[in-house]
Design a protein around this ligand. Sequence first.
Ligand SMILES: [Zn+2]
Length: 265
Amino acid sequence: MKNRYLFLGVFATLLFSSCVTIHPDRVIVPNATVPPAMTAAKTPLPAAVPQVPPAPVRSDAKHVVAPGETLGMLGDMYDVPAAAIAAANHLKKKAVLRPGVTLLIPQASPFRSVITLFHNKKWKYIIIHHSATARGDSLAFNGAHLQRGFKGGVGYDFVIDNGTLGKEDGEIEATPRWLKQQDGRHCKASQMNHKAIGICLVGNLNQEKVTERQMASLVYLVNTLRHYYKIPVKKIMGHGQVPGADTDCPGKKFPWDRFFKGLGE
Ligand SMILES: [Zn+2]
């Protein structure tokens, strides 16, 4: 089993909108995306053996740049200085990364998702979607949404991957829309694009189940966002539950009971 950590980071990103301020806090949260009970040995270790967690194994990794990602974000994802990633790829320290390009990450730790949070009073709802496709990631949806004429590309704020297109199962991707704190392009009904954070689970949840890791990442992400933006649970809903929306998104198989139970409500 891959050793994964979720990473909650806040970047000092300069934004032009006057209602957005910069929050300098940065919190690292150890991941517990899948309950360890499934793999943990039943026999306890003898008391004499010190139970020190092993240091993460480092090795060179390859990373396909997603839309909106920066060297700083990649540095946090792999626990490698941004300057080292720049040097390994013959890039300038402040280079703007081109989506779809593969970079070498030297001496990378196991991958961790990055969640960036911004002070912003506009976020009042959280809307959950599925992609209604078997495969996908932020890069793929960005291309598809640009083709459909969506200015700004991928219409969601976050994408939670299902292990397809080379992404890790349960990986959380923040889109450029989120990183620039722009309006969404995921739910026109009830004017949600202006006030709701849109999260897309990759998969067709009319036909298949959400993966365990996706579910754990979704619960973690929603809990992080709702606490940060003080969004009450009644304002967390599926696309199809938004008044005026005519869709079965996020799919008939989305486990609502498990989801709300997971939120701790
Ligand atoms: Zn939807």
